[in-house]
Write a protein that binds this ligand. Structure first.
Ligand code: ZN
Length: 248
């Protein structure tokens, strides 16, 4: 199972100047080398380009089914994806050895607003970053082998995922921007995870081959301070690209 797989890494200027962007076969090749060749499912938390751009290509390569909100599904279909399934909060899907629960989520605001909110654009094939509209942000809980993994790509304060979820084994929580960092303590307190992987921390505009660099708007030391000062549950983990880690 893959969640928000993204290997192309559109450059900062192509995104900022809203130039045409596309999935890059050479970079998908590099990333795909690190994956199992086949997958049951790709889960997508929302339809922005850094979550969806490479998904149609990876659906073809892995034979996976896509599970995402209706907007992400429409955009993926307009790019030729078959096997795309729209899900909504409250849905429960059994996929391969897993049970996947779909939860509501919110997207961080960037300079005061959610980027690219215009749902109407999802009717035609996306060309530029702004065509990858946010759609319906989701979180997922994946259960299997007696373990429970929560995953989202961010959030805002005072908007916890519903339905309520606690005692997860691993919480993968987006912390790219100040909004999601400001809700870090409350979501960790609700989820009561054994392990926490703060994600979406790297510079998503730099090629993966350059190795891990923190994004300019991230602040990992601040998260560590919050975790310590507020005596939050769970052990924080940090992973470099493609470094395997086993949940036990
Ligand atoms: Zn986004």
């Amino acid at each position: 199972m893959l969640v928000d797989p993204y290997f192309t890494r559109v450059g900062l200027w192509s995104a900022a100047l809203n130039r045409p962007i596309a999935s890059r076969a050479d970079r998908v090749d590099e990333g795909y080398k690190h994956l199992q060749p086949r997958a049951d499912a790709i889960l997508v938390t929302h339809a922005h380009f850094d979550h969806l751009l490479d998904v149609p290509e990876l659906l073809r390569r892995t034979g996976a089914k896509l599970f995402a909100g209706p907007t992400a599904v429409d955009l993926a279909r307009s790019l030729g994806a078959s096997n795309a399934n729209a899900v909504k909060p409250g849905d429960v899907r059994r996929i391969g050895p897993w049970t996947v629960r779909v939860l509501s989520a919110q997207h961080d605001r960037l300079f005061g607003k959610v980027p690219f909110p215009d749902r109407a654009k999802a009717r035609k094939p996306p060309v530029k970053a702004s065509d990858y509209v946010v759609g319906e942000p989701l979180a997922f809980v994946v259960e299997g082998s007696g373990e429970r993994i929560y995953i989202d790509s961010g959030g805002v304060p005072n908007a916890l995922p519903a339905p309520r979820m606690e005692h997860v084994d691993l919480a993968i929580v987006g912390v790219a921007l100040p909004d999601s960092r400001n809700r870090f303590a409350e979501i960790v307190r609700q989820l009561q995870p054994r392990y926490i992987l703060p994600s979406h921390q790297d510079d998503m505009f730099a090629p993966l081959g350059r190795g891990f660099h923190f994004g300019k708007l991230t602040n990992y030391p601040a998260l560590k301070r919050v975790h310590e000062k507020e005596h939050l549950p769970g052990e924080m983990i940090f992973l470099d690209y493609f470094r395997p880690w086993t949940l036990r």
